[in-house]
Design a protein around this ligand. Sequence first.
Ligand code: FVH
Length: 294
Amino acid sequence: NTARVTYPPVSVIGLGMMGSALARTFLKEGHQTTVWNRTPGKADALMKQGAKVASTVNEAIAASPIVVICVLDYGALHEILEEAGELLVGRAIVNLTNGTPAQARRTAAWVTHRGAEYLDGGIMAVPQMIGTSGALVLYSGSEKVFQTYQPTLKGIGGVNYLGEDPGLAPLYDLALLSAMYGMFGGFFHAVAMIRSEQIKAETFTSLVVPWLQAMSGSLPLMAQAVDAENHQTDVSSLSINQTAFSNFIEVCGELGISNELMIPIQGLINRGVAEGYGADGLSRIVELIRNPVS
Ligand code: FVH
């Protein structure tokens, strides 16, 4: 039943690469946008585009009912918010700083205790994507803030509200980024292999992209296996992967490249086989990660 506010004034705190992109987008969308950054020079370009530049954090917070914060980490966020005191009362704090679920939950409790409402967000985009349909921001925390300011938040990119638990957005964010880093890691290792034989990375990459696209098609089936806790396979067993993996490690020696990215995966496969799961498929690795050896 909360009223939707289409163009409320917005304050943006933190004008790094991401914060500046957010402020630019709010300005383009037609919001009165007030900005603050620890290092003042970073506000100059935004001022020329019509932003009001606050000379203090408190001035920025006082300027708008919704305050979007995007700084280095939660340590910086708390340094900033601790200055605000009574000014926080009644405001919507939307924190788009990268952090952990526990950090988000603690911060939500801290902010709420001071009379404000807290919405956490995980930005699944780089600054250049902000304001385009390619950007997605995951939100969790105050549903009232999400509903009230949804039209404003949609200016940044697509929205996905995950629920009242403020820890959910950073959990999904870090999990999605983990998947991304896994893909990048595999790609970097593969390119290092190819380059050691003087083959152009670009030539090779034209094979990598469709290969990874084809392999990503197996992820929903693996997810089903994880949810069902049934890792039986007619595709590829841990045992067969264990045998293949010794080739992945041996080729590093042959090519004179590092095996640092491959060793942890080999360790998990070896542990799975040693624990009696050799006939299971690769999805068993999720259980091995969830049950680390102490
Ligand atoms: N850039 C990206 O692609 C990613 C996309 C996904 C989300 N991340 C997260 O966004 C947060 C900010 O990242 P950023 O790219 O804007 O980072 P920087 O350009 O390095 O700017 C950092 C800003 O933080 C301010 N800051 C740092 N420490 C403090 C402090 N103690 N007190 C107040 N402000 C602080 C810094 O201020 P200054 O150095 O200019 O004075 C910048 O405004 C981050 O969580 C990413 O993980 C971005």
